[in-house]
Design a protein around this ligand. Sequence first.
Ligand SMILES: [Zn+2]
Length: 356
Amino acid sequence: MQPEEILDAARARARGLEFPRPPEDPVLERVRAESAAWFDQLPEPPLYRRMDDPARKRAEELIPLGQELLSRCLAMARHEAVKESLTPLIAALEAHLATLCHTAEGRLEKAERSWHTALMAERAVGRQNRLYVRSDETPRPVYDRLTGASRYDPGAEPSMTVKLVCPLRNCAAQERYRFSPRYSTHRFTCPKCRRSFIGYFGEVRAVELVRRPGLVHYLFKVAELGGALSQVEFDETSGAEFGVARRDLLAFLYDQDRDLKAVLNLSSSRLLWVHKGGGCFIVTAAYGEGARELAAFRAFRDERLMRTRSGRVAVRAYYRFGPVAAKWVRRDARVRRLVRAGLDVTHDWLVRNGYR
Ligand SMILES: [Zn+2]
């Protein structure tokens, strides 16, 4: 068996797969996550030949799933819109499949060379949509003959540069920040709105999602930048999709009151605005549970009303009388239409002013 035969079989299968529309982000995210999980299982080629090496058998077992992932990527890449973004993943899948083929057949020198190519290709996939750079990422040579420097010399303090989004939703300015990766929690000041916020950084070890009516409960187990294991738990009510794979680096962004506002996946550039529950009774009654419009009203409540005394009084009054009014809105279709027309105007104003 040769790598070309394995790749040709995957290409043939891709021709039979149809993606009528260019795949959207969640679909791409899924194939990226499944591929990352597959990469994690791949055995390093053995160093010397043995008849019954377990790595040979393991390599053989892992080929079909790799072919399946490759054919899906190839079929999706027929759409020009996503072709470029899939190219590095396709290269990594092909290189790993070639390695597995050589390993399974016991061609160890070829497997070794192909393994290095595959790792480089896999790293390129990881860097594709990344929002961060670490100064200590590329290992220094053990001993550099030219400069006389050794990897074990005390080096410069490592630093990390990340592109973050301001977690105040009506600002949301994007900016680069630099800090020491020795610590996992850092305070930043947004240069646009001048407000400070807190970033907490961790690499995903595991994620659990529980969907309940009207909310998604997230539990992230993370390895903090400093190395310690920890977990972050919260409820999110917009139900927005948020793709995460193991080893992704996440930034949990809190406002000055340590209230979680957003989670940014620094490995894939995906952003989740954390919407808190709490009934906007009338708005919910008019638009229906889980409606898209609710987010703008909640953002306005959290970011504008709750920040002033008179706003807090208004919110309290609303929570007192809202449920009664909401019942009336729910019961009468004419009232509902009327209220909704009024709310539509308000909603447009909120969105124009950055609340969403
Ligand atoms: Zn800001």
